[in-house]
Design a protein around this ligand. Structure first.
Ligand code: UDP
Length: 250
């Protein structure tokens, strides 16, 4: 790689972030560690890093083609990508098109209910607090973002959903829900950051009705269904088919 990796800046559950010889560019390495339930469940899954890196790269490129700004700059190799240095806002924005997961644990809404318009939930990103769901009033109280930036985040997240739904539909995948992290670059622009992968999206295979076989995302790991890497590999195969040549960063 022509860009030179610098020191490790941050290690998360699924990725490592390194500085580079370029001020505004950081390098992200996707790891094979799988975690769930606030890292109470942990495993190494061979090839997960590569699959998530390859899927994420293509989804970021798709968003850019739709005019949605992301931190992505290009791939360095199979498990590494270059991204803009951003300050990540410690909020997780979840978009839900179909009710499942925590929504169904916390409310009487039946699993499988279609949500139109999509439900947007904001969580405070803090493992020690268990990433709590925020109300609008609590979000305002925390003063992490201005009201204007909050609106901008919601608009961006809904645009991401509007771009991803038909893309996945074309691959015979249903985008059930997903989590986004957003950040600000040095110019103060709001960008989609982190990753978009089967670790952060629920994707159901429209080629089967079977409620377990259709799961092609981290729920296979959470629920001990097996076939996690096979499922991620299937998503990657379909995404690669639609976007064969991701750009390389030089
Ligand atoms: N999600 C995520 N990271 C988190 C929490 C949720 O990527 O820390 C994703 C999750 O994979 C799903 C969506 O956000 O696609 C909604 O998750 P939910 O709130 O239903 O939580 P869960 O069922 O995972 O507890």
């Amino acid at each position: 790689m022509s860009v030179i990796p610098g020191p490790l800046l941050y290690e998360g559950k699924a990725k490592r972030v390194f500085a580079s010889d370029r001020e505004d560019v950081v390098l992200v390495e996707f790891k094979n560690d799988a975690t769930a339930f606030n890292a109470l469940k942990r495993e190494q899954l061979e090839d997960k890093g590569r699959l998530n890196c390859q899927i994420s790269a293509r989804l970021f490129e798709l968003l850019e083609r739709e005019g949605i700004p992301t931190h992505y700059l290009g791939l360095l190799d199979e498990t590494w990508m270059a991204v803009q240095r951003v300050e990540v806002i410690p909020l997780e924005v979840v978009l839900r098109n179909v009710a499942t997961g925590s929504l169904c644990k916390q409310t009487p809404i039946p699993a499988g209910t279609s949500l139109e318009p999509a439900l947007l939930d904001v969580y405070y990103k803090d493992d020690s607090l268990g990433d709590p769901l925020l109300t609008e009033a609590r979000l305002e109280l925390l003063q992490l973002v201005t009201r204007e930036r909050h609106r901008e985040m919601e608009t961006l997240a809904r645009r991401v959903n509007a771009a991803l739904i038909p893309f996945f539909q074309g691959l015979e995948l249903q985008l059930v829900d997903f989590k986004l992290e957003l950040g600000c670059n040095g110019q103060g622009e709001l960008l989609v950051a982190d990753e978009i992968s089967p670790d952060t999206c629920r994707l159901w295979d429209l080629r089967t009705q079977d409620p377990q076989a259709r799961i092609l995302d981290k729920d296979r790991f959470r629920q001990d269904l097996g076939g996690v890497i096979e499922a991620y590999g299937e998503v990657c195969k379909r995404v690669q088919g639609a976007c064969p040549n991701p750009r390389n960063y030089r």
